[in-house]
Design a protein around this ligand. Structure first.
Ligand code: DGJ
Length: 507
């Protein structure tokens, strides 16, 4: 398998890097590989302030284990790590590394640096207090906000220096342990309340020439021109301007970190509410319509990732599953639907990881559903990993509560007709074990099989409910009669998550 991404910045691998977390291509998919083995993140992200004190986080670990998480996503805070310029304190990071190791779990670290939800609330006090040295973004009326501008070298150098120190420290304390799998660079980068920054440095940049890498992306293939000449006051053009400069900023920060410790890195996006215009949403972030700009501007960033809080989970997740962009969902709405959204992301989109937000305060019934779903994912992990990218696996998620007509899909020589239970949590994944054998995991699903060729009829040779334990299938119930509608279908009843295996025949 060939290594993927990581730009040209990763230093030559050393012996200590032998098991370094990295991305590798597997057919049409890309896998996260840790200590030499493919790894599937069953994640959860904690509330923003939960990791500021290890003692506050300590009681959460047993609950995370009970939910069958294998990875916790927690912030590393710039203001906590560099309380004075050039003086670094990694005490909190070190204690939370130890907590994760003691719980037998991994970490994804969020760099809450220059921007967090567009704002600079995690910039250290010595930065916030010195507006002259560390300039702010300004709106079109010239008003400053608590947003460090992307157009000031001092802001960029300060962030990159702190991030490099963090990665240097991670390599020294975790370079042989690989507890930390991925690092998120900033959080939900994006410009508000206007489509672009209007501070003096930004205005000067807007009068500068559009780089050839961006000109090449523009329809009509303009050969030259400044941003203002080409885009003027067009919000869409102003957003491309911000996307380029945000990408270049993130690139410099990521480069500085990867020179110290070349972990895979990603940026996450706040998505666009229907009808919102740039500025109304955090514009210029790593959004699907700006992928080409981000790819050109930030090659050291390995993943562009969505924070999916909207109803249309499948639609938004699918927009991020683009060639060269493995899907990692660092944040998702943490209702009961997270349990089936996870199965869909792994089964349909070869996600390398899924993570509901606010996992440390996950209420019922969402916790019970996620626990059951992640238990299935843990059982199926070797199969999900080995079947990724080869067309033998699919996610099953209704388009919405109104989708009552069966969903048709073809796997191998079979047409599957999937019906979703109305008025209940419903969804899952299906995986072809052998030409005539399938595994279905999830809840509230009814599946009938027919020959994709249209010739003949398909019957159930046998169907069973069961579980994988230590990699071995164990039948817990042979299914027939009413449970298969007298041999016509398989059905995963609503109200609980289950795993069924079915062998088919033709007549
Ligand atoms: C998305 C952000 O990335 C998180 O840090 C948090 O603010 C959530 N929104 C809250 O819903």
């Amino acid at each position: 398998m060939a290594a993927v991404g990581l730009g040209a910045l990763a230093p030559a691998a050393t012996a200590a890097d032998a098991g370094l977390p990295h991305l590798e291509r597997q057919g049409a998919a890309v896998r996260l590989v840790v200590d030499g083995h493919p790894f599937l993140i069953r994640g959860g992200e904690v509330n923003n302030s939960a990791a500021t004190n290890p003692a506050h986080l300590a009681p959460a670990w047993p609950r995370m284990q009970a939910l069958h998480l294998n990875t916790l996503i927690i912030p590393a805070y710039w203001d906590q790590i560099e309380p004075e310029e050039g003086r670094f304190d990694f005490g909190t990071v070190d204690q939370e590394l130890e907590q994760a190791r003691a719980a037998g779990m991994h970490l994804v670290l969020l760099w809450f640096g220059t921007w967090k939800n567009s704002m600079s609330c995690y910039a250290p006090e010595w930065i916030k207090a010195d507006l002259a040295r560390f300039p702010r973004a300004r709106d079109r009326g010239g008003r400053p906000s608590e947003i460090l501008t992307a157009f000031a070298d001092a802001n960029l150098r300060a962030d990159a220096s702190a991030f490099a120190a963090l990665l240097r420290h991670l390599r020294s304390v975790d370079g042989n342990r690989h507890t930390v799998l991925l690092v998120q660079v900033e959080n939900e980068i994006g410009m508000i309340p206007d489509a672009r920054d209007h501070c003096a440095q930004a205005e000067a940049a807007y009068d500068a020439a559009v780089p050839p890498a961006v000109l090449a992306l523009l329809p009509g293939g303009r050969s030259s021109g400044t941003w203002r000449q080409i885009f003027g006051g067009d919000p869409a053009g102003e957003e491309i301007f911000m996307a380029w400069h945000f990408a270049r900023y993130a690139e410099t920060v990521a480069e500085a970190g990867k020179r110290e410790y070349p972990l895979p890195m990603y940026v996450n996006a706040a998505l666009i509410r229907p009808g919102y215009q740039p500025g109304q949403y955090p514009s210029g972030g790593p959004l699907p319509h700006l992928f080409a700009v981000w790819r050109a501007g930030a090659p050291a960033i390995d993943l562009l990732s969505p924070d999916i809080y909207f109803q249309d989970f499948a639609g938004w997740a699918g927009r991020y599953r683009q060639p060269g962009n493995p899907l990692f969902i660092p944040e998702a709405r943490s209702g009961p639907e997270a349990a089936v959204n996870a199965l869909y992301a792994y089964g349909q989109l070869d996600a390398i990881g899924f993570s509901p937000f606010a996992i440390d305060t996950l209420p019922e019934p969402a916790a019970k559903s996620l626990q059951a779903s992640y238990d299935l994912v843990a059982q199926l992990e070797p199969l999900i990993l080995s079947h990724a990218g080869d067309g033998s696996m699919a996610g099953l998620l209704p388009a919405g509560p109104e989708e009552l007509k069966p969903r048709q899909l073809q796997i191998g020589a079979y047409e599957l007709s999937v019906t979703f239970a109305a008025e209940s949590l419903t969804g899952g994944l299906v995986l072809q074990l052998a030409p005539d054998e399938f595994l279905v995991a999830g809840t509230g699903l009814t599946i009938t099989f027919s020959p994709a060729s249209g010739v003949g009829t398909v019957g159930l040779l046998h169907a069973e409910e069961g579980e994988y334990r230590d990699g071995q299938w164990r039948e817990t119930l042979r299914l027939s009669g009413d449970q298969t509608n007298q041999g016509r279908q398989i059905r995963l009843e609503p109200g609980r998550f289950s795993l069924q295996r079915v062998k088919l025949y033709r007549y």
